[in-house]
Ligand binder design. Structure first.
Ligand code: PMP
Length: 491
């Protein structure tokens, strides 16, 4: 083998040999299973010591590029020059345990049904998706808060921090915010989580096992549904109308399916935007108590009310220990903070805290401290008021634009708060079939199929998130939606 070596170069000889061989292997010149010369032979050919060649071989072996086969010599290891793309490997060449998991655990609906990008996609799409408006994030305030925290308490903020329930001053702030909403809790009942999504996952892990039934509003939050499906739960849906979950319809469900958990979003529900009436809340609390079923109350945007009467949280209506309450700073502040919390009592609280601890040790202490330094109750309420002013205008803009541009056969129910308008398309039009036309026209939305227990039920619906867009963008977005709709099959 001829390897060009520079005897007087800067690079040691073993490095020159190793570099040369690595390139040859990675470029495929030395094919897998090629036998390399024995070190004594190569040393002789190159006029170097055997140790030099052995050093080069040792490095290549440690990188997995070559291997020694018991006494018979040194060979190039089978490998491709580029790692294979994940999708390029045929399913039956995975090890059997990988194939078994593919059979057992379903991929999320959105992954399985990701729509292909249309060829002529609009260069500047208007997206009625996402949460809040990134242009309104209080980035400077957060920067200042993080700077202060690092300057004052840098070391503590970068340690694991309180490994049990989360940063105590932040838990106290949360109790003050909750008290202003009529929910009185002790800081030791508050567990800080990585967003409320983690709270949701912890509760399911603790209370449910595969095959157990969870009762949900139908439609409901898509990533709660995906979580339940991933865990192999049996999902039973209760219909939703203008007063929220139809509680009268659920007694037979209790008797037939014996749910182990009720998951509800009573305020400005995702995706419909409806609020559960006070009467239904009381009925649900007493039904859950009667059948001994815990309620998981997901209050993700309860503060974003633009009009109408505030209804009491289920947490305050049910007896102590019946309801696990989830809250989050994602919608009121920024989702990337990944800070949410749950409120619970008794044995379930202790076990949720322990489960959280073994899941991820802690929610990033720097973020917890920065948030605590930035948010006090007064500031939180100023921020809520500002968001309400801004989003109310946007809700009005989307309702007005729908009225102006979409056919009168499109149905919407104006939400009294929150982030979404839930739209029912004219009979025969599918929001899935409309997606590529909308993408071409330059508008994006969440199709209704994502939110239903039986996805096909969602075909006539779509969800528009109005909070991310200015009224001018909303007007243009709905105009584009109208253009797409006029081309949709079924219209
Ligand atoms: N609940 C509902 C109803 C949601 O819509 C979302 C996210 N959009 C979450 C929980 C989870 O949010 P996060 O983890 O950011 O708090």
């Amino acid at each position: 083998m001829r390897i060009p070596l520079q005897q007087s170069g800067d690079m040691p000889l073993y490095r020159q040999i190793e570099t040369y061989l690595r390139r040859q292997i990675l470029d495929g010149v030395l094919a897998p299973e090629t036998k390399l010369p024995a070190s004594r032979q190569l040393a002789q050919e190159l006029g170097v010591s055997r140790i030099t060649v052995n050093n080069a071989y040792a490095i290549l072996e440690s990188e997995g590029l070559i291997y020694s086969k018991g006494g018979s010599g040194v060979y190039v290891l089978a490998r491709t020059t580029q790692p294979a793309e994940p999708g390029a490997i045929p399913p039956d060449s995975w090890p059997r345990w990988q194939q078994a998991i593919a059979q057992k655990v379903e991929l999320p609906y959105e992954v399985l049904h990701a729509s292909p990008r249309p060829a002529n996609r609009h260069p500047k799409p208007i997206r009625f998706t996402g949460v809040g408006d990134p242009r309104e994030y209080p980035i400077k305030d957060l920067m200042r808060a993080m700077h202060d925290v690092l300057q004052r308490n840098g070391a503590s903020a970068l340690e694991y921090g309180g490994l049990d329930k989360g940063y105590a001053p932040l838990r106290t702030t949360i109790t003050h915010v909750l008290a202003s909403q009529g929910i009185t809790v002790h800081p030791d009942q508050v567990l800080i989580t990585a967003g409320s999504q983690q709270g949701l996952a912890l509760v399911c892990q603790l209370l449910l096992k595969a095959g157990d039934t969870v009762l949900v509003e139908n439609p409901t939050y898509n990533l709660a549904l995906e979580l339940f499906r991933t865990l192999g739960l049996n999902i039973v849906g209760a219909p939703v109308d203008q007063e929220g979950m139809c509680v009268a319809a659920i007694e037979p469900i209790f008797q037939q399916h014996q749910p182990r958990l009720i998951y509800t979003i009573p305020n400005f529900q995702n995706p419909t935007g409806v609020c559960m009436s006070g009467e239904r809340r009381r009925a649900l609390a007493s039904l859950a108590d009667h059948y001994h079923v815990p309620i998981l109350e997901d209050d993700f945007v309860g503060d974003l009310r633009y009009e109408g009467r505030v209804q009491p949280a289920l947490k305050t209506l049910a007896l102590e220990g019946r309801v696990i309450y989830l809250g989050t700073f994602s919608k009121m502040l920024m989702p990337g903070l990944r800070i949410g919390f749950l409120v619970a009592e008794g044995p379930v609280f202790q076990r949720l805290a322990a489960l959280k601890r073994v899941s991820d040790l802690t929610t990033p202490p720097l973020m917890q401290r920065a948030l605590e330094s930035y948010v006090n109750v007064g500031q939180y309420h100023r921020y809520v008021q500002r968001s309400c002013r801004l989003y109310r205008q946007r809700r009005d803009a989307v309702l007005a634009a729908i009225k102006r541009h979409l056919p009168s056969t499109v149905q919407v129910e104006p939400p009294q708060g929150g982030l979404f308008v839930w739209v029912r398309l004219p009979d025969g039009v599918s929001s899935v079939a409309l997606l590529p036309l909308a993408a071409e026209a330059g508008v994006e939305y969440a199709p209704g199929v994502r939110f239903f227990v039986e996805p096909a039920q969602g075909e006539p619906y779509l969800r528009l998130n109005f909070a991310t867009l200015t009224p001018v963008e909303i007007e243009e977005g709905i105009r584009r939606l109208a253009a797409a709709l006029s081309r949709a099959p079924g219209t």
